[in-house]
Design a protein. Structure first.
Lengths: 147, 147
DNA sequence: CTACAAGCTCAACTTAACTTGAGGTCAAGC
DNA sequence: GCTTGACCTCAAGTTAAGTTGAGCTTGTAG
């Protein structure tokens, strides 16, 4: 057989490790795109695998699908994203990760200093100092501090 | 006035920055405890503020309430947790945070190397190498504290 | 050419972590 | 002694991110 050009959802599911239903879902959310065969079945181009990989990775660090979708908007619709396109995205992502890492460190040190110390002055405790704490876009929790 | 010994839920809400309904919720989940006045109103001892602070902080790094509750089980029920009690908890937490930080770093470097490179061999990509990635248990970064 | 695995759509269910609302009680100031 | 704001309970609603199921269509291997 000639090298496969396009992938069915089953193939994408298998290769990416996510469920078919999740792929449908991502598509509905605008995270991935497909075109249809004459029989109305989805066909994906190969770069969908990269997208899905990135989606999973991003989710694992607590980035919501909405945010991922937003990041993906920097990718071109019309052509397959090239190195430059991905590079841009990865740079933005790396910055976000750097940020989160530093937040976590702060937290860890705060915990060590503050909880460990047994002090009871909660008001002065760094853990209570919201400004200096994890940004409101926190790492994992859903709808974090958003009022 | 003499120093306030106990706090109403409204006071805790104000001082901790979480909603009254959330405090009710945490109590239902066993994360905090209160006793009742003769008129059936909740009264909290001061250490609830520390607990709530920790709950929020932990959530922000993606620890679920269930796990926080589990961690809190190491705290004594009968007496106010002392320095030693909190110290124990913070140590466990710090390890988890250290772990998470290192995972994020790995991820960041993976992104930089892999996405940035523009390579299309998804299969060999570190991002696809699940074993070496964040624990693959579902969405978000649940489960920092391994049972 | 037919069986049956793989697809499709759409609606409903799931879990976490809360919020909102209804309907009723408590307590502190005037 | 009453009014008003803080509380109470319990049920139902909300959002994210999917999953599950029913009922129907496609496509491919034998």
């Amino acid at each position: 057989m000639a090298p496969v050009r396009e992938l069915t959802v089953g193939q994408v599911a298998m290769r990416s490790g996510v469920a078919v239903s999740a792929l449908h879902f991502y598509e509905a959310r605008g995270l991935i795109r497909s075109h249809r065969t004459s029989g109305n079945q989805r066909r994906y181009s190969r770069d969908v695998l990269r997208r899905v990989a990135i989606i999973r990775v991003a989710q694992e660090v607590g980035i919501s699908l909405a945010e991922i979708a937003r990041a993906f908007q920097s990718l071109p619709e019309e052509r397959t994203p090239n190195r430059e396109d991905w590079n841009l995205l990865s740079t933005a992502w790396r910055d976000a990760l750097d940020h989160k890492i530093s937040q976590l460190k702060k937290l860890r040190d705060g915990l060590t200093d503050c909880i460990g110390c047994g002090c009871m002055s909660i008001d002065k405790c760094p853990l209570r100092n919201k400004e200096d704490r994890l940004a409101r876009e926190g790492t994992g929790a859903r709808r974090l501090l958003v009022p």
